[in-house]
Design a protein around this ligand. Structure first.
Ligand code: PLP
Length: 427
């Protein structure tokens, strides 16, 4: 029923439907454990014969209500909350990849995810080939191997704000018999619903716009239920073959379209334990209730600021996909016609000292490593997150030494521009 409701209604109402006499607002089930009356009742839960709560590391009603809301917003069949966006991507990869497997990923993705793929998963025997997301289908297809298990990209990349051609990626993945996994953190389902363009699995750092107030680190995995794992059963034995840790149960046979999320919950969450706290899930839910109001405001403010910066004499370049001058403007119009996000990057004319002077003089925009919340903030990766790199290494990593990342909040656009202007006047 929830899928027929509009996103605005889902943001406010999906996930928690109280029955007679129950709290109107989603309660925080602040309990590690859940009570049963007979030993047999609990045994059935451990055998996955019946569904029910028994331990919050696996499932908790507060988390499940919020996961259901995000699933409804994305148009998926099921979702699972994780303790962070990093955990969401790791669980999503590890749910179908094991030692000896291979992943193909876009290069221009969030640095933490790049490290996860390039360094940490490699230690577990999972290799990744990085490709230019703007390369042709033929070129990208060359990166695939018989042991490739998925294709990955970000709908809007962090920090490059590049827009992914999701349909192209879906065609490539499906021609190779693997799912397309999209990190939809920056766009959120308010601005883009990747399942509509052929993506199979979506991940989120809910830490960003979904929470929206910079209070809680969290993540989420959503499954479309569309990928036919059994058609490629030899590639996905973890889903299509019996699981010895559950008495030989086969996820696709027992759970059908819910196989991916059920396996991630009952196997990976059981063994690795990166669950979101119910308290954080409650805060995330409050954020989601206004996501549909905040996203348009972020986009409106960012568009006005990008246009203003582009005309400013002290600014050398601006990268925002809402600008006609942007190389991904047409992709943004196709996949995110209502707007992209509030994040952009730009550079100032002159040396590095001008950049730091500008940033130090900002009063309303704060210097923080975070992005994508209600408050305007800035970061200079060359001085902060990537300060150990030389200028050459920065360029190799795709980060211009003068790149300032600006995350536009939902304050008055006039006040943000006035702040930028007074800081630019001081350099
Ligand atoms: N994915 C994207 C696109 C991100 O921007 C981030 C963090 O900035 C992550 C994943 C990781 O999320 P978290 O910081 O919640 O672990």
């Amino acid at each position: 029923m929830e899928k027929q409701l509009k996103p605005e209604t889902l943001c406010v109402q999906a996930g928690w439907q109280p029955k007679k006499g129950e709290p109107r607002v989603l309660p925080i089930y602040q309990s590690t454990t859940f009570k049963y009356e007979t030993s047999d009742q609990m045994a059935k839960l451990f055998d996955l014969e019946e569904s029910g709560y028994f331990y919050t590391r696996l499932q908790n009603p507060t988390n499940d209500a919020v996961a259901a809301k995000i699933a409804a917003l994305e148009g998926g069949v099921a979702a699972m909350l994780t303790s962070s966006g990093q955990a969401a991507n790791f669980f999503a990869f590890f749910n179908i990849c094991e030692a000896g497997d291979h992943i193909v990923s876009a290069t221009g993705i969030y640095g933490g995810t790049y490290n996860l793929l390039a360094v940490t998963l490699k230690k577990l025997g999972i290799e990744c080939t990085f490709i230019d997301q703007d390369a042709s289908e033929e070129e990208i297809a060359k990166a695939f191997r018989p042991n490739t298990k998925l294709l990955f990209g970000e709908s809007i990349s962090n920090p490059g704000v590049m827009i992914l051609d999701i349909e192209k990626f879906a065609r490539i993945a499906h021609a190779q018999g693997v799912p397309l996994m999209i990190d939809n953190t920056f766009a959120t389902p308010i601005n883009c619903r990747p399942f509509e363009y052929g993506a199979d699995i979506i991940t989120h750092s809910t830490t960003k716009y979904m929470d929206g107030h910079a209070t809680s680190v969290g993540g989420c995995i959503v499954d479309s239920g569309n990928f036919n794992w059994d058609m490629y059963a030899d590639k996905f034995p973890g889903l299509c073959n019996p699981d010895p840790s559950y008495h030989g149960l086969t996820y696709t046979k027992k759970f059908g379209k819910l196989a991916f999320i059920t396996k991630a919950t009952s196997q990976l969450m059981r063994d690795l334990g990166a669950i979101q706290s119910p308290q954080n899930a409650f805060l995330l839910n409050l954020g989601l209730e206004t996501l549909h109001l905040r996203m348009p405001q972020h986009c409106k403010n960012a568009q006005a600021i990008a246009e203003w910066l582009e005309k400013h004499e002290k600014v050398s370049w601006v990268c925002y996909p809402g600008l006609i001058s942007n190389k991904h403007y047409n992709l943004a119009q196709k996949y995110m016609p209502r707007g992209t996000c509030g994040v952009m990057s730009f550079g100032l004319k002159g040396d590095r000292q001008k950049t730091t002077c500008f940033m130090d003089n900002l009063q309303l925009a704060a210097i923080v490593t975070h992005v994508a919340d209600a408050r305007t903030c800035v970061l200079h990766p060359a001085s902060h997150t990537h300060r150990q790199l030389s200028e050459e290494q920065l360029i190799e990593a795709g980060i211009a030494p003068d790149l300032i990342r600006l995350s536009v909040g939902i304050e008055s656009v006039d006040d943000i521009i006035a702040d930028l202007e007074q800081a630019l006047n001081k350099i």
